[in-house]
Design a protein around this ligand. Structure first.
Ligand code: ADP
Ligand code: GLC
Length: 468
């Protein structure tokens, strides 16, 4: 089958979070199964774009209503990613340093979607599937099914994968004229409540809808930022497929970002060496258990509670634990987390910002990874932690519920029920006790590292879905 993945992110070209990781891996594993999966994404000014070679395959003009934009689509030449990569240059809209966060994001992602469809529209053949990821690509199912211009694309099956229903990309009806012409009586397929809503439109128009874990599929019928009713009514065409992780990129035996590589057999000495290196940089004591949080500092992740959780844990443990935070997001949370540096020097440190290499070093060097998420459609961090022998401490929600089993139930993680200061504090206490039981934690590390969270299973599940 020929599968076109459309996404705003794809690792290692541009990554903000887990969406990038998923789109950078799933097509590779689908190709291993004998299919032709490609990624077509926007071209931002990222390092990957500057350091790699591309050839132009399309050069034309598109329209956002009256406004014309110049589109150039280029193919990456080395094919080292394990899939064909196409990047969409749109002068004045995409050529920026960041993926999201601009006031004209609506125009940017709409121009990208129109540019891609204009391009596919003039191919001599048709792909079997267009697989759309999140709201940035959410108007594609509507446009292929309904826009006059794309009539020849209306037999292509479209799939929407919801990575996060909190973000929907809404914009006003005054921008309706940006879309290529269609019968206006179909406009209801674009909207939800009072706005055009790309995620809602894709839920209505895509041939199938998937979420990135089975538990998240259950949860969004009652918690989806206003789309609960719609998702419940489209449940019949929806499936929950648990994400995998790219075990070639996330491989302790051969990870160029680590200070020392290790295997299941050498996990104790390997983790010790990585922990010592990390602690030396961040002024921490490698003999104490090292807790970490890696991620976006936003309410969904429970990050607003972290300053109080850490303050309590550090104050009550009398200097017997270490905490290291890597993240960025809400400036108030960033400031409060940084402020703790002054109070708990030698036991606590933060790195505010995004740092891929450091994240690998922390997964390898830490003992425990905290994920007190309020919402977690899948979560990849806990799977990276498991693979790197780091015990995850997670709230039982979404994909965390589907991937982490509590040590009390014969598992390898520590689970709690609520995103609350008390629940997380209690979980940290349980982790501290586990750390004292050297024999047990050593065995748990070995067991965790042997769990299989690779993409093999999920890649096949998507293929089965397309083949239906
Ligand atoms: P989400 O996509 O909701 O942010 P996921 O758990 O699916 O959450 O994926 C987060 C990804 O982003 C992981 O690969 C994680 O290691 C990475 N990440 C998050 N914040 C940072 C950061 N500040 N520096 C480096 N990597 C980060
Ligand atoms: C989103 C979700 C996260 C998920 C990721 C990849 O960013 O917040 O839980 O792991 O997408 O699917």
């Amino acid at each position: 089958m020929e599968i076109i993945h459309l996404s705003a992110e794809c690792y290692p070209i541009a990554k903000v979070g887990g969406l990038g990781d998923v789109v950078g891996a799933l097509p590779k594993y689908q190709n291993k199964l004998g299919h032709f999966a490609k990624v077509v994404m926007p071209a931002y000014n990222t390092r990957f774009m500057q350091e790699n070679e591309f050839e132009e395959v399309y050069n034309s003009w598109g329209n956002l209503g009256e406004r014309a934009f110049h589109v150039r689509i280029k193919r990456e030449l080395t094919n080292k990613l394990g899939f064909d990569l196409f990047v969409v240059h749109i002068d004045g809209l995409m050529d920026r340093d960041l993926v999201y966060g601009y006031p004209d994001d609506t125009e940017r992602f709409l121009a990208y979607q129109i540019g891609v469809l204009d391009w596919i529209n003039q191919w001599e053949h048709r792909p079997d599937v267009i697989h759309c990821h999140d709201h940035h690509t959410g108007l594609v199912p509507f446009m292929t099914a309904n826009c006059e211009k794309y009539k020849s694309l209306n037999q292509i099956r479209t799939i929407l994968t919801i990575h996060n229903a909190q973000y929907q990309g809404q914009f006003g009806w005054d921008k309706l004229h940006y879309l290529p012409a269609f019968d206006l009586w179909k406009a209801g397929l674009l909207g939800w409540k009072t706005a055009i809503n790309p995620l809602a439109s894709a839920i209505k128009c895509a041939w199938r809808v998937t979420t990135v874990s089975p538990s998240y599929l259950d949860e969004i019928s009652h918690n989806a930022n206003g789309l609960e009713g719609l998702l419940a009514s489209e449940r019949g065409k929806s499936a929950g497929i648990l994400n995998g992780i790219d075990i070639e990129v996330w491989n302790t035996a051969n990870d160029p970002m680590l200070d020392k590589c290790y295997t299941v057999r050498t996990v104790d000495s390997g983790k010790k060496a990585n922990k010592e290196a990390l602690c030396a940089v961040f002024n921490l004591d490698p003999k104490k258990p090292l807790f970490t949080f890696i991620g976006r500092l936003v309410g969904e992740k429970g990050a607003d509670l972290l300053p109080d959780i850490f303050h309590n844990a550090l104050a009550h443990s009398h200097g017997n634990i270490n905490i290291l935070v890597l993240g960025s997001g809400d400036p108030v949370v960033e400031a409060r987390l940084s402020e703790l540096n002054n109070w708990f020097q030698g036991n606590y440190n933060t790195y505010i910002g995004y740092n891929e290499k450091l994240s690998h070093q922390i997964y390898a060097g830490a003992d425990f990874l905290l994920m007190p998420s309020r919402v977690e459609p899948c979560g990849l961090n806990q799977m990276y932690a498991l693979r790197y022998g780091t015990v995850p401490i997670v709230r039982r929600i979404g994909g965390l519920r589907d991937t982490v089993v509590d040590i009390g139930d014969g598992g390898f993680g520590i689970c709690h029920d609520q995103t609350s200061i008390w629940d997380v504090g209690h979980a940290i206490g349980r982790a501290y006790d586990l750390y004292q039981d050297k024999k047990r934690i050593k065995q748990i590390r070995k067991d965790m590292m042997q769990l299989d969270h690779s993409w093999d299973k999920a890649a096949q599940q998507y293929i089965d879905l397309y083949q239906m």
